[in-house]
Design a protein around this ligand. Structure first.
Ligand code: CMP
Length: 220
C-alpha cells in the first residue's frame, strides 16, 4: 500500500508526502508478535499497510481484555506521541503484518503543518472513544450473553446477503473482547446456535437477523 493510500496521509501535498516516504520505515512482522507494550516509552507511529492487530490491556496473570482490532489503513501508537506518556496498551499482530513506521518528530511536524492530518487524528480518536464508551456500557450494563451478541453484531459484515463474522477470531479472542472465559463463550455460542440465532461454521459465524443486540440470558 502506498503512503498516499493510507487515509491518514491521503491529503498531504506531494512535497510533504515525499518527505514522509523518505523517512518512513516499512517493517514486517509475523503473527503473534508484540509490536508495542503497555507502559513502555517509545517514539513511533505505526500505520498498518497490511495485516491485523489487536489492542489489549492485561494483568500480571496474563488475563487480557481486547480494546480494539485494527486493520489495514488504520494507525496506532499516536497517543503516547501526543501526550508524552507511556504506551496506553499493548499491540500484537493477529496475522503476518507490515507497518509504515514514522518517528515522533515527523508525526508532530505533520500534525502541526497539516490541518487535515490533525483532523483525521481527532476524528479517529473520537471514534475510538465512542467505541470505548460502548464497551464500558456493555461491561457495566449487559450480561455476558448480551456482550457476546453485541460483539458478534459489531464484527459482522454482509457477505452474499448473509451477516457473517469472518475474522479469523478464536473463541479466546471473543472471550477477551467481552471479559469472559473461553468456556463461557463456548457455551453461549452453543446456546445461540441451538436457539437458531447463529450458525457456527469452520472459520465463520453466520448471524441470523433475529439476533438482538440487547439479548440477555433469559431470552437466549
Ligand atoms: P499508544 O498509547 O501510544 O500505544 C498503544 C496504542 O493503542 C495507542 O497509542 C492507540 O493507538 C491504541 N489504542 C489504545 N486504546 C485504544 C482503544 N480503546 N481503541 C483503539 N485503539 C486504542
Amino acid at each position: 500500500m502506498l503512503l498516499r493510500n493510507i487515509p491518514l496521509f491521503a491529503n498531504l501535498g506531494d512535497a510533504e508526502l515525499a518527505q514522509i516516504s523518505a523517512e518512513a520505515n516499512l517493517k514486517q512482522f509475523p503473527k503473534n508478535k508484540v509490536i508495542l507494550s503497555e507502559g513502555e516509552k517509545s517514539d513511533s507511529l505505526y500505520t498498518i499497510v497490511a495485516g491485523k492487530v489487536k489492542v489489549l490491556i492485561s494483568d500480571e496473570d496474563g488475563k487480557e481484555i481486547i480494546l480494539a482490532i485494527l486493520g489495514s489503513g488504520e494507525f496506532f501508537g499516536e497517543m503516547s506521541l501526543i501526550d508524552n506518556q507511556p504506551r496506553s496498551a499493548t499491540v500484537i499482530t493477529m496475522e503476518p503484518s507490515s507497518f509504515n513506521v514514522i518517528s515522533q518528530a515527523d508525526f508532530i511536524r505533520c500534525l502541526t503543518s497539516n490541518a487535515q492530518i490533525a483532523r483525521t487524528i481527532l476524528q479517529t480518536m473520537a471514534k475510538r472513544l465512542r467505541e470505548a464508551d460502548k464497551k464500558i456500557e456493555s461491561l457495566a450494563l449487559l450480561d455476558v450473553y448480551g456482550r457476546v451478541a453485541r460483539t458478534l453484531l459489531e464484527l459482522a459484515k454482509t457477505e452474499n446477503g448473509e451477516l457473517v463474522v469472518s475474522q479469523n477470531l478464536s473463541q479466546q479472542d471473543i472471550a477477551n473482547m467481552v471479559g469472559a472465559s473461553r468456556e463461557m463463550v463456548n457455551r453461549i455460542l452453543k446456546d445461540l446456535a441451538q436457539g437458531g440465532y447463529i450458525k457456527v461454521e469452520s472459520k465463520h459465524i453466520v448471524i441470523n437477523e433475529q439476533l438482538p443486540s440487547s439479548l440477555s440470558h433469559s431470552t437466549a
